[in-house]
Write a protein of this length. Structure first.
Length: 136
């Protein structure tokens, strides 16, 4: 378990959270490198199937990030995301996947430090949970 390096997928909305990740990078902030970013136009464009597919293909954790409520460039996209993630956590629980392996966070473009802290904290949470037991 000490050598466990989790595979983390981070979905970022183009307007806010991806810009925060970019700010963190250009500001040379250091983050745990055990994650891959997938940029989307809006957090509401992340179909639940994408999350389930990420777990099916080996992800140990999925983080969905988007604009703060009230700041979505598509008006109410993040409200849809909030509802979807709550329902998706219930589905994961029924599939035997710990709900803590899916997380949703709001991060604005100017919050590079917050982005790094959230990613690092999420990776640590997944490390503590260990790898998902996969049925072959």
């Amino acid at each position: 378990m000490q050598d466990f390096e989790p595979k983390i997928i981070v979905f970022c909305c183009r307007w806010c959270s991806y810009a925060a990740a970019d700010l963190a990078g250009t500001s040379r902030m250091t983050a745990n490198p055990q994650f891959v970013i997938i940029r989307t136009l809006c957090s509401s464009r992340i179909d639940p199937e994408f999350v389930l597919d990420a777990f099916a293909k080996g992800a140990d954790g999925v983080l969905v990030t988007g604009c703060h409520p009230g700041d979505c460039h598509y008006v109410n996209g993040n409200y849809k995301t909030r509802r979807r993630i709550l329902l998706l956590k219930e589905v994961l629980g029924q599939l035997g996947i710990d709900k803590k392996r899916l997380r949703r966070e709001w991060v604005s473009a100017g919050e590079g430090r917050k982005f790094v802290e959230i990613v690092d904290e999420f990776i640590e949470t997944i490390k503590n949970l260990g790898p998902i037991d996969r049925v072959e």
